[in-house]
Design a protein around this ligand. Structure first.
Ligand code: DOR
Ligand code: ZN
Ligand code: ZN
Length: 444
């Protein structure tokens, strides 16, 4: 079956930004055509498409009228907790990959803090097999750094790489032991894989539950200082410099970390980083009435930190936007603030929240697509281009549709979001993985 996407603004940062028709055949991009071009020979409906006519679908070709929409390389969310195996009541691979597809993502990285932890090839293969059956977004599993993410012995990293992991991390927990981190970096450098860093110095967190500052004092909640993050960012910049390995910092939330990463990049140290939409849309002063939907790790920071995150996105210090989709049940969230689980869902809100950066003029659309599609792929060492011969992993975006975020409509199994009721503009209207439509809200 062929698919013809007609009349979209085709935007692949660094290569194309033009109104084009895109023909998909056999799961791949077959041709990128000027809207007036005849279809290439071999395309089934060539004779049946008079110029200007809106062709009807035939048995062999589906035509998508994408006028007014933007076609971009498939969005990739490199930080997602799918919860399976072990916590299927929060999310399953199937529900998580459906939520990803609905959010416009053609691929996600699955964090290894499942039960059991993804610290061996058997768990990696289980995740990939479930994902294959799910028919949503693709999954790129991320393996653990240490066995059981216990921080003592390295996990079976090479075995997992042969099974399909694209990176390692003990996310949810820091790798507290610097020597183990050094060994992990040396080992992964030899395997050409990045190490994803959950930067947190637990002795400074000291059981805090929100950002240290006036808001925490007001609510009587124990605070977490910025330094709890930046101390570890600084350590792992130095270890990247020592080993030459690629360190990728997860969910960067504060100004000191961004300054450290900016300076490391200027020195040519091999670091990349991501932030999450909550760190550029919310601040600690938004935490109200002990609403645990505002509780995540790292916590929402000050206004100055949020502004530094936006600046870091604009100047290229922050490479990627990832959701840190962290589904939890109602029971785990409906608790005292300090007792509730850390984390919020993000797959179905990430793109609309991030598009706000474009509507407000903080980023161009091209820059945003770099951070949500191109750089995530680059960090993982995967191609994600709109060129003939590439696999057809594509997202169609309506930049202007006005929507109100409604957690009751989520296809994720969990509802823990602080964004319920918020008005946003723009969303994905069609998501295609390997030439298969895995989500569509197209009319007609
Ligand atoms: O908010 C968070 N939730 N931060 C983490 O580091 C872990 C994650 C989770 O697994 O729930
Ligand atoms: Zn984390
Ligand atoms: Zn995480």
């Amino acid at each position: 079956m062929q698919i013809l996407i007609k009349g979209a603004r085709v935007l692949d940062p660094g290569s194309i930004d033009e109104k084009k028709d895109v023909l998909i055949d056999g799961g791949k991009i077959a041709a990128i055509l000027d809207p007036s071009d005849a279809l290439p020979s071999g395309a089934v409906s060539s004779g049946a498409l008079p110029p200007g006519a809106d062709p009807q679908d035939t048995a062999d070709m589906q035509v998508i009228n994408a006028a007014g929409l933007v076609l971009v390389p498939g969005l990739m969310d490199i930080h997602v907790h799918l919860r399976e195996p072990g916590h299927e009541y929060k999310e399953t691979i199937t529900s998580g990959l459906a939520a990803a597809a609905k959010g416009g993502f053609t691929a996600v990285c699955a964090m290894p803090n499942t039960v059991p932890v993804n610290d061996n090839a058997q768990v990696t293969r289980f995740i990939l097999e479930k994902a294959r059956l799910a028919k949503g977004a693709r999954v790129y599993p991320v393996g653990a750094v240490s066995k059981g993410s216990a921080g003592t012995n390295l996990a079976e990293i090479q075995d997992m790489q042969q099974a399909g992991i694209k990176a390692v991390t003990d996310d949810g927990l820091p790798v507290a032991n610097a020597q183990l981190m050094r060994r992990a970096l040396e080992y992964c450098n030899g395997l050409s894989m990045p190490v994803f860093v959950h930067a947190e110095e637990l002795s400074l967190v000291n059981n805090g539950a929100m950002n240290e500052g006036p808001a925490a004092t007001f609510w009587g909640i124990k605070g977490i200082p910025n330094a709890a993050e930046t101390v570890m960012v600084a350590r792992d910049i130095l270890l990247s410099q020592l080993t030459g390995a690629h360190v990728h910092f997860c969910h960067i939330s504060c100004k000191e970390s961004i300054a450290a990463i900016r300076s490391a990049k200027q020195q040519g140290i091999r670091v990349t980083c991501e932030t999450a939409p909550h760190y550029f849309t919310l601040i600690d002063a938004d935490v109200k009435d002990y609403d645990t939907n505002f509780k995540m790790n790292p916590p929402l920071r000050s206004k100055e930190d949020r502004d530094a995150v936006i600046q870091g996105l604009a100047d290229g210090t922050i490479d990627a936007i990832a959701s840190d989709h962290a589904p939890h049940s109602k029971e785990e969230k409906d608790l005292e603030f300090d007792q509730a689980a850390f984390g919020i869902v993000g797959l179905e809100t990430s793109l609309p929240l991030s598009l706000h950066l474009v509507h407000s003029g903080a980023l161009t659309l091209e820059e945003l697509i770099r951070k949500m599609a191109k750089n995530p792929a680059r960090i993982l060492g995967i191609n994600n281009d709109i060129t003939p011969g590439s696999r057809a992993d594509l997202t169609l975006i309506d930049l202007d549709e006005k929507i109100t975020i409604d957690p009751a409509q989520f296809v994720s199994k969990s509802r823990n979001t602080p964004y319920g009721g918020m008005a946003v503009r723009g969303r994905a209207v069609c998501t295609m993985v390997g030439g298969q439509i895995v989500f569509s809200a197209l009319k007609g």
